[in-house]
Design a protein around this ligand. Structure first.
Ligand code: ANZ
Ligand code: ZN
Length: 820
């Protein structure tokens, strides 16, 4: 045939590949150490609707590396599944009066069909769905294991509450004006008993290990994790509050202690109510009511006018015995540090604004530079105003003053150096239906009782439609037959926990379950985890840069401490891809600039869409669909395909006698492609394949001709390299070149080093920094030979013009610098 029908080719190869199943990972080979492993992971989708352009991009990029690793002889594990619990399915179920599973599994089938068509090299034997009881059995088991380790616990604490929607909100769902992002109602705080994972147990380790990931993870994600964990070094300092007792504060600037002119307690902390005197109680309570309505982000903002109320008592500054007033204010948060601060208006802008608002004294303890025009000064400089009878910090720089005052506080028993983290424990309870039930039974006699392991999974009861509507408590509470059970410990009447787990719990360990997805005796096989883990390359969206990655890291460390695995970090390398946008804007329904993946595939075919996405930009950059040309991609694929029909030499012909120029380009392309792929420069690899296609076309039409063995070598190389991006076209070429499927199983071409040597390179000769000559020299010329050649060159001799050569600096093979 002489025309290339993209859709016919797709239909032709899918069943052939299904039969050959080239991407099934061989556990035995890896466990036995016969082959080196590579675990390639890409984030699994939520089953809401069909795949979109974002999926198309990430799968295309991910597949390049996976297929490359297979070419290089690694045993590659490249699994796929669905993160299939969550709110979209639940909302659809309420709308359509059906079960969330209906929506979920229908979408999974749709996405599965699309993924098959898209021809990603997934090992489909590993397929999993987190909403299957076979999967969440082990999510529940891990929850119980974490609880045994003291890493899962219940506590009562204030959470964001929307009185309209009758549900808990995440901090991110509360708008800056304190209203609910969904319905606009004023969000309040509500005391609720909820389950938490103790992520803070690993705060230091989660922080420290980022140093090792610095080079192999995309930098912005490492930084985002650092900020989220928020490690601050500082000190705890004890202040005596008259008529109340000692209260500890956390400060990052103990060196400024002499400038602490007042004391502030978070208004909504228990401590504030305890300290408050009777005279001030009325004013205090009115203030707290207002505070409960504001969001944390707002409260910490330096922009916000400062508010507060005097609590009627005085604290004693431990360095100078000064009595300083104790205030309650909302700019201090109840759950950070100790919930109380020493206020230093000379050094902290928020304290400064507060001091101005309430007419409190301001003392500078660091000398600002002469040109400083601000108010509070937080920069470096010598300490001032900082001495008592025993010590003086005056003249010391900030670091020295800090360590000096910490030593003094420690010697007096008034404080100590400490580290504080911004990271909070992970609130995992959700008051909704479509998630893994928390496997706990509440017994009036025994308290919290774990569901015995042999009774797992705790399966979701059948609820549908209106039963799932939010009503302030978990919908599971309505399933009374399910809720009421005998206590596993005492046999008495008891009730099941009716909360389900945050879906982030499901996705914190799915990459372990891929190792043995059908094992009904354990969460995963530790021997397989040892063989395959950790994940060598993880590709996913920016939106998961903090939470998902942090939670997966937390689970990994916990599993290590349970003895289930031996490694510390789950993902050796991590990259987040850019977004597919259109006309410079994010695709959205309201802008009407969405690009439908299915329509693109129908118009241009899978290969052209994949090629477009890989070629458009480096993987981490955004792709503007307005700037790319899938039609151009298709034309290129047709050009490549045509080569395979023009080759007239037989398969297996020795290329040694072939055209040298084309051979050199072929070998250099293979050599460079390997290096580019290792550093994820996939778009450049495509550019190099295009160059090779053009050169091969020229060789056929106006060079050595189609019978030359170099033409076959080049075309086979094109097919092989192209298969990482455009698998259908490549397979078709491979067949037309006389080979059996699959091209993915072919060995990576051996590069002949002799063909990589460039014949000559140009050396530049400078005299007094000015270019005076150019020499064509061998690339491996020695420094001495290059110097001699330069000094003998006619142009150079003329330029030296008899002057004395004082120094010659040689950088072989490119540069000679002569000083006269
Ligand atoms: C005195 C001081 C002087 C402070 C100075 C800063 C500058 P990071 O780095 O974010 O950990 N702080 C402590 N607990 C707080 C709370 N619960 N709510 C609001 N602010 C709190 O910030 C630590 C600093 O933030 C601490 O150091 C404290 O103010 C304040 F020139 O103490 B500092
Ligand atoms: Zn009991």
């Amino acid at each position: 045939s002489s025309s290339y029908d993209v859709h016919a080719v797709e239909e032709k190869w899918q069943p052939v590949w299904d039969q050959i199943d080239p991407f099934r990972a061989d556990d035995a080979a890896v466990v036995a150490g016969e082959r080196e492993k590579r675990y390639a992971l890409t984030m699994f989708p939520y089953p809401s609707g069909d795949l979109h352009m974002g999926h198309a991009e990430v799968f295309a990029l991910h597949d390049v590396l996976s297929r490359y690793w297979k070419f290089r002889g690694y045993e590659v594990l490249n699994p796929m599944g669905w993160d299939s619990f969550g709110l979209p399915a639940e909302n659809a179920a309420i709308r359509n009066d059906e079960h969330p599973a209906t929506y979920t599994y229908a979408n999974i089938e749709t996405q599965y069909e699309s993924m098959k068509r898209y021809a990603v090299s997934f090992d489909w034997s590993r397929r999993l769905h987190t909403s299957d009881p076979e999967y969440y059995h082990w999510t529940q088991w891990l929850f119980l294991k974490l609880r045994e380790q003291g890493l899962a616990y219940r506590k009562n604490s204030p959470v964001n509450w929307c009185p309209q929607d009758q549900t808990v909100l995440a901090n991110e769902q509360v708008l800056a004006d304190g209203t609910c992002e969904r319905c606009g109602a004023e969000v309040t705080k509500k005391e609720l008993t909820q389950w938490y994972f103790k992520t803070t147990h690993y705060a230091q380790e989660l922080y420290d290990c980022l140093d090792d990931l610095q080079d192999s993870w995309i930098g912005k994600v490492v930084n985002a994790q650092r900020n989220w964990i928020g490690r601050s070094e500082g000190a705890h300092v004890v202040f005596e509050i008259e008529g109340h007792g000692p209260v500890t504060v956390f400060t990052t600037r103990p060196d400024t202690l002499f400038g602490a002119t007042f004391f502030v307690v978070a208004a909504d902390a228990k401590l504030a109510a305890e300290i408050c005197t009777d005279e001030q109680r009325g004013a205090f309570e009115a203030y707290v009511d207002d505070v409960r309505k504001a969001s944390d982000i707002d409260r910490m903002s330096t922009e916000r006018p400062k508010t507060g109320v005097f609590l009627g008592r005085y604290a004693v500054n431990p360095v100078n015995g000064e009595r300083i007033p104790v205030w309650a204010a909302d700019y201090v948060l109840a759950d950070y540090g100790t919930g109380a601060i020493m206020a230093v208006p000379g050094g902290d802008q928020r304290d400064y604004d507060f001091a101005k608002a309430f007419d409190l004294p301001i003392i500078h303890t660091v000398q600002p530079p002469a040109d400083f025009e601000g108010e509070a000064y937080s920069g470096s400089g010598p300490a001032i105003n900082s001495a008592n009878d025993e010590i003086s910090l005056n003249g010391m720089d900030v670091a020295e003053a800090k360590s000096t005052i910490i030593a003094w506080l420690e010697s007096k028993g008034l404080g100590n150096g400490t580290v504080n983290f911004r990271l909070r424990d992970w609130l995992l309870s959700r008051q909704r239906y479509w998630g893994a039930p928390i496997p706990i039974i509440h017994c009036p006699a025994c308290g919290e009782v774990a569901v015995p392991e042999d009774q797992l999974p705790v399966e979701l009861p059948e609820l549908r439609g209106a039963d799932l509507k939010p009503k302030g408590t978990s919908p599971l509470g309505a399933a009374t037959e399910w809720v009421n059970v005998d206590c596993p410990a005492c046999g008495g009447p008891a009730t099941r926990d009716t909360d389900t787990m945050d879906t982030f719990v499901d996705s914190s360990w799915y990459f372990f379950r891929y190792l043995s997805p059908n094992d009904d005796t354990q969460a995963f096989d530790p021997a397989l985890a040892e063989a395959w883990g950790p994940v060598d390359f993880y590709l996913g969206g920016d939106e998961h840069a903090v939470l998902h990655l942090l939670y997966a890291r937390f689970f990994t460390k916990a599993m290590r401490d349970m003895g289930l695995i031996t490694w510390d970090e789950p993902f050796t390398a991590y990259l987040s891809q850019g977004k597919v946008i259109n006309n410079g804007r994010k695709m959205s329904k309201s802008l009407g600039n969405g690009i439908n993946l299915g329509a693109q595939l129908d118009e241009f075919g899978v290969d052209a869409v994949r090629l477009t996405l890989v070629f458009a930009s480096p993987p981490e950059d955004n792709i503007d669909w307005a700037d790319v040309s899938p039609a151009g991609s298709l034309r290129f694929l047709q050009r490549a395909w045509r080569l395979s029909g023009d080759v007239t030499s037989e398969p297996g012909v020795d290329a040694v006698t072939g055209d040298l120029t084309l051979r050199k380009l072929t070998h250099k392309t293979v050599h460079d492609a390997a290096q580019l792929l290792e550093s994820y420069r996939f778009n450049v690899v495509v550019a190099r394949i295009m160059e090779l296609v053009n050169a091969t076309r020229k060789a056929i039409d106006s060079g050595c001709g189609p019978a030359d063995p170099a033409v076959r070598e080049a075309t086979e190389t094109v097919a092989l390299l192209l298969s990482m991006v455009a698998p259908y076209t490549a397979e078709e070429m491979w067949e037309r070149l006389g080979h059996q499927p699959c091209v993915a199983q072919a060995p990576w071409p051996t590069v002949d080093p002799a063909l990589l040597v460039e014949d000559t390179v140009t050396a530049i000769v400078q005299i007094q920094g000015k270019v005076r000559g150019r020499l064509e020299v061998a690339p491996d010329i020695s420094e001495a030979d290059l110097e001699a050649a330069a000094l003998a060159d006619a142009d150079v001799v003329r330029a030296i013009d008899g002057r004395e050569v004082r120094r010659v600096i040689v950088k072989a093979p490119k540069l000679v610098n002569i000083v006269v």
